[in-house]
Design a protein around this ligand. Structure first.
Ligand SMILES: Cc1cc2nc3c(=O)[nH]c(=O)nc-3n(C[C@H](O)[C@H](O)[C@H](O)COP(=O)(O)OP(=O)(O)OC[C@H]3O[C@@H](n4cnc5c(N)ncnc54)[C@H](O)[C@@H]3O)c2cc1C
Length: 261
């Protein structure tokens, strides 16, 4: 079973993330970059399927040169090889452009694929739309927000969990799956894994290699543009309630006032 995992390098969630005043895109230089945690779970899910079914795991990212760190992390967890779609022309691409470019890049993966695994939401852009859009462009079924994945021959079944509850979805392979936080606990790369990752193949491809036109990608051609951005207001200190025997009533009044009860 050949699995392609879509991974993204994102600003470290614990660091302050900001947009560039010049063009409203994320200021990736201003913060440390990490492999998005949800993508570590996507890699873990793929490795578990490979251990059960055999096959190969390829990680694929669309990102600047610096994204090689995220790739090495995924390879050190146990992925077999990588594809890095990197090109100046991609800078500032919106989610729709990103999905179309990723779909083309998936087509360059040697040996083809039976399954594409992604995270259900990137911690920076948070559109939670790329996996379904990639599936649409490839004409494949999308099984999203998976907390459990089972493959039986040519059919795949996932337990899908959202705030509305849990549903079970089944589809024929090839397919696209996005995983949620509850799917697994990603393994830590072993020292042996980290050393082996240095030798694993990373195919660096440009938009030309993937058959993507420059007019299809990048900030100048993006379908959405950030026109203004204001930082989130600092959290207010919150209300202090003095309990003079009526603390309970005051808390109830506060909760009613906040429409929480
Ligand atoms: C603050 C901010 C706001 C934005 N707002 C918008 C917006 O409103 N509309 C819009 O069209 N674009 C927006 N973008 C741009 C958008 O984030 C990027 O195009 C991004 O690459 C894809 O969207 P996402 O991160 O929201 O992906 P999501 O759909 O949240 O990502 C889900 C999964 O898709 C895969 N994936 C996503 N991006 C990549 C990648 N580059 N390489 C490999 N796998 C990937 C990963 O597995 C990821 O876990 C915004 C970006 C930022 C930083």
């Amino acid at each position: 079973m050949n699995i392609v995992v879509l991974i993204k390098q994102v600003p470290d969630t614990y660091s302050e993330r900001k947009l560039k005043d010049s063009d409203g895109t994320l200021d990736r230089e201003a913060t440390d970059a990490v492999l998005d945690e949800i993508n570590e779970r996507a890699v873990e899910a793929a490795l578990q399927l490979k251990e059960a079914q055999g096959g190969e795991v390829t990680v694929l990212t669309m990102g600047p040169d610096g994204a090689t760190d995220a790739i090495r992390k995924a390879l050190s967890m146990g992925a077999d090889k990588a594809v890095h779609l990197s090109d100046e022309a991609l800078a500032g691409s919106c989610a729709v452009q990103t999905a179309r470019a990723l779909a083309k890049a998936i087509g360059t993966v040697e040996g083809g694929f039976d399954l594409v695994v992604a995270g259900n939401e990137a911690s920076d852009g948070r559109s939670s739309a790329v996996p379904a859009m990639v599936a649409d462009v490839l004409g494949l079924p999308a099984l999203t927000h998976a907390r459990e994945i089972t493959v039986d021959g040519s059919s795949i079944t996932v337990k899908r969990e959202t705030d509305d509850g849990v549903t079970t979805l089944t589809a024929e392979l090839p397919a696209v799956v996005s995983v949620g936080e509850k799917i697994n606990e990603p393994r830590y790369p072993s020292f042996k894994g980290i050393m082996a990752a240095k030798k694993k193949p990373v195919a660096a491809i440009t938009i030309a290699d993937a058959g993507i036109e420059a007019s299809e990608v990048g900030l100048a051609n993006a379908l959405t543009t950030v026109t203004s951005a204001s930082p989130k207001p600092p959290k207010s200190a919150g209300e202090k309630i003095e309990d003079e025997g009526d603390g309970g009533a005051k808390v109830a009044a506060y909760l009613v006032g906040q429409k929480l009860i």
